[in-house]
Design a protein around this ligand. Structure first.
Ligand SMILES: [Zn+2]
Length: 451
């Protein structure tokens, strides 16, 4: 069905919630009409359910090719569709090979065939010895690149130093793509912290100062790049430390192209409530105290933080060491791709946010960041017909049976949340409806220069 319309009394359009009818033709948004408009095509009426732009999640680890026992494109994009996400951007690790060369990127593209339930872009990686590869990677269509300032946990994705970034940034500026940074800097002093089953011991081993110092370094790098005439875009992934917020604000006020994201786990979980030995809550940087969490919400409110993404980072249950509760040995990463909107809505609605705000924070801004805003991120004539139909009033409890990603583990099992994704449309294709996937995967790779 290439010509039809969706309508509801609540549609997020141009920063407002209005009653409207959205006409779709050939995978694109063709026109926006008043609610109830007579049209010469089928009109699906969603009543009072909210029609939002499909979410764009720019931080997902899919791990294919190479670590498909952890996750893969089929299961990850099904989870995305179930969460109202219509486009995601895959990280350059922990797949094998890591996405640091054009050849490795081609291997990744070869692995997605017939597996994508939503559209999918890709980040490349910068490591100390691949600067010569960046032109090739970027002209092949990655949307930007990522580096670590600390051990990534993956040997073949080592951290960079300032000299490596100095070499990379002019190239990234030439392509006008963002430089994503895992901002923790191991400044020593904490190597002797013994990590026990107590969550607080893990928290103590990854102090805020590691993030604060890394972010200060990145502001210096961005400043240097601006002075050199490149003004490379710098982006801090998964911010956890509230103490770094003022540094980010300073960078923005200086006119540097400096952005930062945070994730549902930092906004919805407080370390005081994490039971000891519960390895499912381990991620890096760590989930911190409730007071820190409140400060992150303030930064979402006033714009010091730009948007919210999942950082879905799954692995096998064995690698999580769930049975032994060994936090030190457990792989760091949170799996919850499909629950992001419900988790955030549950917290956000009581803080005065509306679904218009969440459409901005989880779709419009992430689409802009990844360079996808010409096609995704808003219900607008000419954009892809990507929608999430969301009922904000339904309350449900997250269970492991609901999980669509590869392994049915998540730290959120048992948590009560508000708001349920009832339908997802990708380029006009109805891909998900109340726990069911429809037809076959129709997602496409999203490549820079070919959008
Ligand atoms: Zn990540």
């Amino acid at each position: 069905m290439s010509h039809f319309a969706l309508q509801s009394t609540q549609v997020v359009i141009a920063g407002n919630m209005i009653a409207a009818c959205v006409e779709i033709k050939d995978q694109l948004i063709h026109a926006i009409h008043p609610y109830g408009q007579a049209l010469n095509c089928e009109v699906k009426d969603f009543g009072e359910q909210v029609i939002m732009p499909g979410l764009v999640d720019s931080h997902v680890h899919i791990n294919e090719p190479g670590r498909t026992e952890w996750e893969g494109f089929n299961t990850a994009t099904q989870a995305a569709a179930a969460g109202g996400i219509t486009a995601l951007v895959d990280m350059p690790l922990n797949c094998i090979p890591v996405t640091t060369t054009k050849a490795a990127f081609q291997e990744k593209l070869d692995s997605v065939d017939d597996k994508l339930w939503v559209d999918c872009g890709f980040w490349g990686g910068v490591i100390p010895d691949n600067i010569d590869e960046l032109d090739g990677l970027l002209s092949a269509g990655v949307l930007g690149v990522k580096s670590f300032l600390i051990d990534s946990g993956i040997e073949e994705f080592p951290p960079v130093e300032a000299k490596d970034m100095r070499a990379a940034m002019p190239i990234l500026a030439k392509y006008d793509v963002p430089y994503l940074i895992h901002a923790e800097l191991d400044c020593g002093h904490f190597d002797d912290v013994e990590i026990t089953k107590k969550y607080d011991s893990f928290l103590e081993s990854r102090p805020k100062s590691w993030e604060n110092n890394a972010i200060s370094l990145m502001v210096d790098m961005a400043r240097e790049s601006k002075e050199a005439g490149d003004n490379c875009k710098v982006h801090i992934v998964h911010l956890s430390s509230d103490e770094a917020l003022s540094t980010i604000a300073q960078a923005k006020s200086e006119g540097l192209r400096f952005t930062a994201e945070t994730c549902p786990h930092y906004l919805t979980i407080a370390s005081e409530n994490i039971p000891d030995g519960k390895t499912l809550f381990k991620c890096c940087p760590p989930i911190r105290e409730n007071k820190n969490r409140e400060h992150l919400w303030q930064a979402i409110t006033d714009g010091r933080l730009d948007f919210i993404v999942s950082d879905h980072s799954p692995c096998t249950p064995e690698l999580k060491h769930i049975d032994t509760g060994d936090i030190e040995k457990a792989w760091g990463g949170i799996s919850a791709l499909q629950f992001g909107l419900s988790l955030i809505w549950t917290e956000a609605k009581d803080r005065g946010f509306t679904l218009v705000d969440l459409a901005r924070l989880m779709s419009l801004e992430t689409a802009k960041f990844a360079g996808l805003d010409g096609i995704k991120g808003a219900i607008k004539v000419g954009n892809h017909a990507d929608f999430c139909v969301f009922d904000p009033t339904i309350e449900y409890t997250i269970t492991t049976e609901m999980i669509k990603h590869k392994h049915n583990i998540t730290p959120y099992a048992g948590r009560k949340v508000f708001g349920q994704v009832n339908h997802t449309f990708v380029r006009g294709f109805h891909v998900y409806q109340q726990d069911e996937f429809i037809n076959s995967p129709i997602g496409r790779p999203l490549l820079k220069g070919q959008l």
